[in-house]
Design a protein around this ligand. Structure first.
Ligand SMILES: [Zn+2]
Length: 594
């Protein structure tokens, strides 16, 4: 795998590959820039170096090579990223190569599980169409689903049997694989061993859950029973090697194109709501499954949009999961609008009772999150008493602090004090402080590099044998006089680079802030520094070091004078004279050009 990856990396053009995902603009001789796909931004801080084949974002600090980019944006591991890049560059794949037998076995298992899920999906669809599926068809029709809609979402029916699916799949895989699929359950014996497997989903309408490429990786199943026998209304596949609940957003596979086109996503809570809305032509809709958003889901969504319209059940809007999701999305810089449907209806019923136009109108009327929150604060703590206003404020403060952008926070605070009729200077000050206090999400660009640092960084990144002498000079100086360099902002990067041998510079610097400095130097480079440039940089460093020591001495000397410590004073003065002489000598040897 590693060898093949090297070959691919040499042949792949990182600029072309990244341009397949985002728009890039030429920004220099060897570099390109664009809007970062990994964080929300309005002006580009994402750079790609065409020659050194790395990308770096000065906003959020991500950086890496072509595989790391593809891995991040496609949400896949290294081997898969290599395969994707190879595919894009038309490099034929070797017979599947894996770095370890475990990895190979894992890939085989996942491939098998996908096959089982595909077969199970088709089989559930057949059951829905067959005589046993009549009750399920009736239920779906009652929810307004047409046969086309059922086909689009590949909805099926799991018959009332403990072994029908097991019998269908048993010829395809061994017992252990079937167990791993999550499609079956088993009872645990008293001695801790597992009993034989039986169908997990029985007498239920089955909805496939797909990964981003549209392959079925799990199911959620709704009961058709009522009363005591019914069990849970919905049951889901457990986590399996294919399915990690926190990594999936329902319907993202079908919605992603529309999300990109419309530049926002509609987020609803239930899968049924999602299906219903989608089938009526609102295609940018995705669903959580009643649990709070995870950071991975936020990251998944951010690759497509950072604008959300949220339409949760009215009774759920105050629920923990919904509130947590909104809080996390706000912190991550998403712009959120909230829809509330009147009549207390969920999206599915609203559309069925009032039509899709009414629903679209409701979406257009969605309110900014801040307005929605202020409204809630007012409704929860009505009245004009000072006590109620303090309560309303306390409700709003955490929401205000959570907003990553300062302007938005200030606006929110101003709106809140106006709409809540807060005229107390104390309360207004509290709001203002909340707006000020939070550090801005996207850190300001790290300290600019000095010219000396630029030269040193570039020298240590030299790969061209013709300039090897410059690199050696820098390495030796760092090894012999580390104290000269300690005060430099890029000291850690310099140290890491000095020991890099033939590794890629961007790979050896691990600290994100240091990597940002290195990226900055490399993105600005034109050609490697000449020996003479290096010598003058080193001389300047030495001068700075001496001057800094002189300043320390001057402080010590004046303290010694104040104390009347004449012995100390003599020693210090002697040291200072030596430094003065060293500095003069340095100038005489190599007069500075300034
Ligand atoms: Zn970024």
């Amino acid at each position: 795998m590693i060898d093949f990856a090297q070959t691919v990396k040499q042949q792949a053009d990182i600029v072309k590959v990244i341009e397949g995902y985002i728009r890039l603009r030429k920004a220099g001789a060897q570099n390109y820039t664009g809007l970062c796909p990994f964080h929300k931004e309005k002006s580009p801080s994402f750079s790609v170096h065409a020659v050194r084949q790395f990308y770096h974002c000065f906003g959020c600090g991500v950086s890496g090579d072509v595989f790391s980019f593809v891995g991040k944006i496609e949400n896949v591991g290294f081997p898969e990223a290599v395969r994707i890049v190879a595919g894009k560059c038309g490099i034929p794949l070797p017979k599947r190569e894996f770095s370890s037998p475990e990895e190979a076995a894992g890939a085989r298992l996942r491939a098998k599980l996908l096959e089982l899920h595909e077969t199970a999906t088709a089989w559930f669809q057949e059951q829905l169409a067959g005589p046993e599926g009549a009750v399920a068809r009736e239920y779906l029709a009652g929810r307004g689903l047409t046969p086309e809609g059922i086909k689009t979402f590949r909805i099926g029916y799991a018959p009332d049997s403990f072994n029908a699916l097991r019998d269908r799949l048993s010829g395809m895989a061994d017992a252990e694989t079937l167990r791993a699929s999550g499609l079956f359950a088993s009872k645990e014996h008293e001695d801790g061993t597992q009993g034989s497997i039986y169908d997990r989903f029985r007498k239920r309408v089955v909805f496939p859950i797909c990964n981003e490429s549209g392959r079925v990786i799990a199911f959620t199943a709704r009961t058709l029973e009522t009363g005591d026998k019914a069990g849970a209304k919905y049951i889901n596949s457990p986590e399996t090697p294919l399915y990690t609940k926190s990594l999936v957003l329902f319907n993202l596979d079908k919605a992603r194109k529309a999300i990109r086109e419309m530049e926002f996503a509609l987020l609803v809570e239930g899968q049924m709501d999602c299906i219903s809305v989608y089938l009526r032509g609102i295609k940018n809709v995705i669903a959580t499954s009643g649990t709070a958003f995870t950071e991975q889901q936020v990251a998944l969504l951010r690759r497509h949009t950072s604008q959300l319209v949220v339409n949760f059940d009215p009774d759920a809007a105050g629920s923990n999961a919904a509130e947590k999701s909104i809080a996390l999305l706000t912190e991550e810089g998403f712009t959120i609008k909230i829809v509330t449907l009147d009549g207390g209806l969920d999206p599915d019923r609203y559309i069925r009772e009032r039509g899709v136009e009414a629903y679209t109108a409701a979406l257009r009327g969605s309110r900014r999150q801040s307005d929605y929150l202020i409204e809630r604060a007012r409704a929860s703590f009505p009245g004009a008493s000072a006590e109620q206003k303090v309560k309303a404020m306390n409700y709003l403060l955490p929401h205000i602090r959570r907003m990553p952008e300062k302007l938005a926070r200030e606006q929110f605070a101003a709106d809140a004090s106006q709409k809540l009729g807060i005229d107390s200077a104390v309360l207004r000050e509290e709001l203002r402080q909340a707006a000020l206090r939070r550090r801005d999400h996207v850190e300001a660009r790290a300290t600019a590099l000095t010219e000396v640092e630029r030269v040193l960084l570039r020298a240590l990144c030299i790969d061209d044998p013709e300039f090897e002498r410059s690199r050696r000079l820098a390495i030796e100086a760092l090894a012999q006089q580390p104290a000269w360099f300690e005060h430099l902002g890029a000291f850690a990067a310099l140290q890491a680079l000095a020991g890099r041998a033939t590794r890629d510079p961007m790979d050896v610097v691990e600290d994100p802030a240091q990597r940002a400095l290195l990226a900055e130097a490399l993105l600005a480079e034109t050609k490697p520094p000449e020996e003479i440039e290096l010598q003058s940089a080193l001389q300047e460093i030495q001068e700075r070091a001496i001057e800094s020591r002189q300043r320390d001495l001057r402080t010590l000397i004046s303290e010694a004078e104040r104390r009347g410590d004449f012995a100390e004073l003599a020693t210090l003065t002697q040291q200072k004279l030596e430094l003065d002489r060293a500095l003069r000598q340095l100038h005489n040897q190599n007069p500075p050009e300034r």
